[in-house]
Design a protein around this ligand. Sequence first.
Ligand SMILES: O=P(O)(O)OC[C@H]1O[C@H](O[C@H]2O[C@H](CO)[C@@H](O)[C@H](O)[C@H]2O)[C@H](O)[C@@H](O)[C@@H]1O
Length: 242
Amino acid sequence: MQDFPTAPAQAALFLDFDGTLVEIAERPDAVVVPPDLPSLLERLSAHLGGALAIVSGRPLLELDHFLPVAIAKAGNHGAVLRPLPDGPVEQPALASPPAAWRAKAGAFAEAFPGAFIEDKAHGFVLHFRQAPEAGPEAGMLLTSLVSEAPDDFALMPAHMAWEVTPRSVSKGTAVAYLMSRSPFAGRVPVFIGDDVTDEAGMAVAREAGGLGLRLQDSFGTPGRFRDWLAVLEGQLARGVAA
Ligand SMILES: O=P(O)(O)OC[C@H]1O[C@H](O[C@H]2O[C@H](CO)[C@@H](O)[C@H](O)[C@H]2O)[C@H](O)[C@@H](O)[C@@H]1O
């Protein structure tokens, strides 16, 4: 078992989705969620008094689609949160990138068969997994566009994708906000993720005395990570992990 900085029963778990809980797929809609994963996460959340949250770049509705269980979720890299499993959705007021940026990115993607844009509420992703030759040029285009409003927007490298996001939110702000309120407050944060976009969440967890774990280093693969979660759930259920 991965060592915790405290008794596991006192931890607050923050889990990335793509590349951590599920394997990366060719397209965002093609990820395969193991049938037993949602209920495993729901049981883990219950053992932790609700202090388990999915913290993802995905929109909240997609997280609800892939993980249709009552657990806390933060989507769009911290731009939308549901801190309590069945509670209300919370969204800070955020600007959207200029329409001209989206139009230029869309025209760029159209020139590379396989590349496409994924729209989000306050940003967009330019995916190039099926057009890898587009990656560097896409990065240069979006770097140039974001430089027009660097205080408001950030460009994040993701797995075979570039994402334009509001600068004021991140997985770090999501973890900090959740840790400020029940049932997360007072627990020791443990963030597990696989990507550059997870580093802000890991950093906040570490600064709070917890753990920021990179999946590849600590677990290897999403499958092995899911196995670890199942073992942890069993221990918490039997009361032998505290
Ligand atoms: O924060 P995450 O839960 O890791 O989500 C990050 C982004 O994941 C998705 O894109 C990535 O996963 C796809 C499915 O495996 C893959 O096809 C793509 O190449 C990856 O970049 C999702 O589409 C984004 O919205 C998330 O921000």
